[in-house]
Design a binder for this molecule. Structure first.
Ligand code: BDP
Length: 704
């Protein structure tokens, strides 16, 4: 068939128009995939200054250096609002000297800068120079420079000298081999083990880049309730494919090791850590992993906790168990042993059990063992005092474990910015060797990841801020929550003052709001059983006492709260005397910890002058009111935010405000059924009866 000229032209025009449309919509699509690495074009003076900056890349064969150069080229072009690289010079040979005036260069093997990721960005030759002791420092420097420029900083005034505060900055993925994510609220696992090793999803590369941009340097790829599959030969090529992809980004791969694996997949009759055949098995496994992955990070182990196997099954101690794996790994890596243990047989206060088990073992661990301790002594609750193990084991390296995925803080839909939450613990004085941040500095921080297959990675746009904040705090725990929120929001959403001035205070207030409408005044673990979605303070019939919310509230006709002073479980005695003294007296304790440490009568007079019952109701109401304010703030920010992300966030705030009321109403209805007290004057009664709340059921809630 012969087409007329007109038709051809019209078709060509149509194709061109479609292509233009595709480019335009791709450019405008704001589905959150790009995280904080959007490099939105600068404007005004900031734009002019960055446009004036030529780039010279030191030619180096190292893949990490190449990535740093590529990131700068890509990032600068975007900040300049250019498609790609105009004005950017890349030398193909060694650094040309003298450099063009005002140029940006980098030197990645500068012996004056220490190894381990440190970098400096200093004025040089009328421009700027990034220098680092190792290539990874250059990559961190490139991201830091792009961050500074994204925030609108004048390149002439940038002068940074940074080094990470701690060596291990990890994400722990609670992902199963079949793609299910335990406590995951953002879709399926990002690891597609079934298609590996042949197919590696681009998302895993994008993930490594995002991690590197905030200084994360390792990831544990499978759940703590570990499948032994990861220790089989079949998984080695899969793991290797990922490790190879991550290496240039400085991300080391770790796996969770199931303690019973010698039996489960090794064909041995026992997993006794002192059995020579078991020891030889672990050594052979470690050797096989290191042969495939020379920079394999090591093993993370959850042992004798919540039914997982461990050395106590063979009457061996945690130290004996950890040391068997540690010797197998040797100087090549680490064994991270979790301190999250509580036992079915142990009737003592759950908050005391980890300390009781581990403190006597101090000094017995191999030097490459690190003990990973949750922020608080129970389990990632909206608020807990810092874990008493911090500072109590001077001869053992301790690492901080936080939960980025918000199992107990509203999961995907509630907006809760967690930097203030982690800072509360990191900044706490242990009374034994400084703050928690100082105690963990020789080891590091691990965060239970909130990443999944959702386009926006984290289940909500604001949950990305928690991934970001965790990395930034592991790099530098002295950064303030507000500073981190500010830089995240500017890079992720908008640099406009009208936006930042409102969104940062909203983020800062958000975690406190959750703590107040769920578990005010130091109450804890009032979530429904299993999925932990929504309130369940009435639950009191589960097999093990510490699974029940009533175990934690100890609410009765006379009062509420868990007595952890000398007259009760005396968990207080696990803290240094200077710390215990602050919390010993219910009249002087920080009210945020009141019901954590004390059982007080309903008419106990609180510092506000209100009786405890009135104060409790007041706090629930304040939490709900803060969420309403957050929703109003967000509504006012529409002019600054793209429609897609604006609508997603507005929807989620609507869910949060409904669920905050649910939390408040169900909790108040239950406490009233216990204390028989009328509501304080002027207080809104719960919308429904207690029976209504008790009857709600969500068998399909995600993440369990
Ligand atoms: C709890 C989770 C549970 C985990 C456990 C852990 O509810 O699913 O297995 O932590 O840390 O928060 O091992």
């Amino acid at each position: 068939m012969i087409m007329g000229r007109g038709l051809v032209n019209r078709l060509l025009a149509l194709i061109a128009a479609c292509a233009a449309l595709a480019v335009a919509s791709a450019a405008q699509a704001e589905d959150g995939y790009r995280l904080w690495l959007r490099y939105a074009p600068l404007e005004g003076e900031a734009l002019a200054r960055v446009r004036a900056l030529p780039l010279v890349v030191h030619a180096d064969q190292d893949p990490t250096v190449a990535l740093a150069g590529e990131e700068l080229v890509h990032g600068l072009a975007k900040l300049r609002g250019e498609e790609r690289r105009p004005g950017v010079v890349i030398t193909a040979s060694r650094l040309a000297r003298p450099l063009p005036p005002g140029s940006l260069s980098f030197e990645c093997r500068d012996s004056a800068v220490p190894p381990g990721g440190a970098f400096a960005i200093k004025p040089a030759d009328g421009g700027l120079r990034i220098s680092a002791g190792e290539p990874i420092g250059c990559l961190y420097g490139a991201f830091a420079l792009l961050r500074e420029l994204s925030l609108g900083r004048n390149p002439a005034k940038i002068d940074l000298d940074e080094r990470p505060a701690m060596p291990l900055r990890l994400l722990d993925h609670w992902d199963d081999p079949n793609g299910y994510v335990l406590r995951g609220y953002s879709g399926r696992s990002i690891f597609d083990w079934w298609k590996l090793p042949e197919h590696l999803d681009q998302r895993l590369v994008d993930y490594a880049r995002a991690d590197a941009s905030i200084g994360i340097n390792g990831a544990v790829v499978n759940s703590v309730n570990a499948s032994p599959l990861f220790l089989t030969d079949r998984y080695i090529p899969k793991l290797r494919r990922i490790a190879d992809a991550w290496r240039p980004y400085g991300i080391r791969l770790y796996i969770c090791a199931r303690f019973s694996a010698p039996k489960d997949v090794g064909g041995l009759p026992t997993a006794d850590p002192l059995d020579p055949a078991v020891q030889a098995w672990w050594k052979a496994r470690a050797d096989a992993l290191y042969a495939a992955i020379p920079d394999f990070g090591g093993f993370l182990v959850k042992a004798n906790s919540e039914g997982e196997p461990g050395p106590q099954d063979y009457h061996r101690t945690h130290a004996e168990g950890a040391n068997t794996l540690a010797r197998a790994v040797g100087s090549r890596g680490v064994v991270i042993w979790r301190a999250f243990v509580y036992s079915a047989e142990d009737q003592t206060d759950r908050a005391k059990q980890a300390y009781n088990e581990f403190v006597p073992l101090d000094g017995q661990f191999e030097p490459n063992v690190i003990l990973q301790v949750k922020n608080g002594p129970v389990d990632f609750q909206p608020r807990e005092p810092f874990h008493p193990l911090f500072g109590a084991m001077p001869h053992t390296r301790l690492m901080f474990e936080g939960q980025i995925t918000k199992e107990y803080l509203g999961q995907a839909t509630h907006l809760a910015y967690l930097a203030p939450y982690w800072k509360e613990v990191l900044d706490a004085q242990t009374g034994r060797g400084g703050t928690v941040a100082q105690v963990i500095a020789p080891a590091g921080m691990a965060g239970v990841a909130n990443t999944g297959s959702d386009r926006n990675w984290s289940g909500s746009h604001f949950n990305q801020a928690n991934w970001y904040a965790f990395g930034r705090l592991a790099w530098d725990p002295t950064l303030s929550s507000a500073q981190i929120a500010r830089e995240w929001a500017m890079q992720t959403f908008s640099r406009e003052r009208g936006f930042i001035g409102k969104v940062v205070p909203m983020m800062i207030a958000s975690r406190e709001a959750v703590a107040e409408y769920m578990t005010p005044l130091g109450l804890t673990h009032q979530m429904a059983t299993g999925h932990h979605y929504g309130p369940g303070p009435w639950i009191c019939n589960l097999k093990r006492p510490e699974w029940n919310p009533c175990y934690y509230s100890r609410a009765d006709k006379g009062g509420i709260g868990f007595d952890r002073t000398a007259s009760g479980s005396n968990a207080l005695a696990q803290y240094a005397p200077s710390v215990a003294a602050q919390w010993a007296d219910p009249r002087t304790i920080d009210e945020d910890y009141l019901l954590w440490f004390h059982h007080v009568p309903w008419d106990f007079r609180t510092p506000s002058g209100r009786p405890l019952w009135g104060e409790l109701v007041y706090r629930y109401d304040r939490g709900v009111a803060t969420v309403d304010e957050m929703a109003a703030t967000w509504a006012s920010l529409a002019p600054y935010v793209d429609p897609e992300r604006f609508a997603d966030t507005a929807d989620f705030l609507r869910i949060q405000s409904r669920e905050a009321r649910w939390w408040r109403d169900a909790s108040i209805a239950y406490w009233q059924s216990i204390n028989g007290l009328p509501l304080p004057a002027g207080t809104r009664p719960p919308e429904h009866s207690l029976d209504y709340y008790k009857a709600l059921s969500f068998p399909e809630a995600p993440g369990e």
